[in-house]
Design a protein around this ligand. Structure first.
Ligand SMILES: [Zn+2]
Ligand SMILES: [Zn+2]
Length: 262
């Protein structure tokens, strides 16, 4: 299983990164590579193409319908619909919260029927109901954000240690909650948002701070922590320092283009 950071800027794209998007890839027992996109925020569709052919993606999961997690599905729709080489063989499955198909049609100013449904096979995420894509088993959990939002626990075959399985946890956008602790439990890598700073951002129920991401990593006993979804106005060093105050394991900042091999 390999995680490629496509975009990691929080809430809106920054000068060096698109908004949230991550490419997850793994090989099955026949050595076929499966590619899953977790979120597709503003600006992510461009660099995504440096890592995978858009026609080769096996599934897209949208954690929630804030623009910084889903809006580049609009460009993806164009790339599939008007490809001069012809239509892809089969629609690309897109999992999202209730109403995703309608919201995305509206975002592009399309009539809701067919909207984007000839290019994408829209499916609804259910809390605690697995989604299987090739060798990847993905568990969505409803998390603590002002809209219907999910974090994901992904289990799949290890690339680093063939024959083993590895676990990735992705918080999506959330403040602390029992569900994000459950989905992070003993993960090999926790990809955690840390949009807020302690002291500056005191509103609760929206985002984690570096400290709360570190506390989550410690409580869930994860092996490593990658901090993401930092808005351009944050001080990344301060976010790491906050997390370090609670978690003694390896901590990294997400970087666009970085590949994490599990
Ligand atoms: Zn966000
Ligand atoms: Zn959000």
């Amino acid at each position: 299983m390999r995680l490629t950071v496509i975009g990691c800027s929080g809430s809106f794209p920054g000068p060096e990164s698109p908004a949230s998007s991550y490419l997850l890839q793994a090989e099955d027992e026949h050595d076929r590579t499966w590619s899953v996109v977790l979120d597709l925020g503003n600006g992510a569709l461009g660099p995504l193409q440096a890592h995978v052919r858009l026609q080769d993606v096996d599934g897209v999961l949208l954690s929630h319908l804030h623009a910084d997690h889903c809006l580049d599905l609009c460009g993806y729709y164009v790339a599939l619909k008007y490809d001069p080489l012809g239509p892809r063989d089969g629609r690309i499955p897109v999992w999202g919260p209730k109403g995703t198909a309608r919201r995305m049609a509206h975002a592009y100013d399309l009539h809701p029927s067919p909207g984007m449904s000839e290019e994408f096979d829209f499916r609804t995420l259910d809390d605690a109901t697995h989604v299987d894509i090739g060798p990847l088993r993905i568990l969505p959990r409803r998390v603590n954000h002002p809209v219907e939002a999910y974090g994901f626990r992904v289990e799949g075959p290890s690339t680093a240690e063939p024959g083993e399985r590895r676990t990735l946890a992705y918080t999506g956008d959330t403040d602390s909650c029992a569900e994000v602790e459950e989905l992070s439990q003993a993960a090999d890598l926790l990809l955690s948002e840390a949009a807020f700073h302690e002291g500056r951002d005191t509103t609760r129920g929206i985002h984690l701070t570096g400290l709360r991401a570190g506390q989550l990593a410690a409580k869930a006993d994860v092996k490593s922590l990658v901090l993401t979804h930092l808005p351009p106005w944050n001080d990344p060093a301060l976010t790491v320092e906050e997390a370090r105050g609670a978690f003694g394991g390896p901590i990294e900042l997400a970087q666009p283009g970085a590949v994490h091999v599990l």
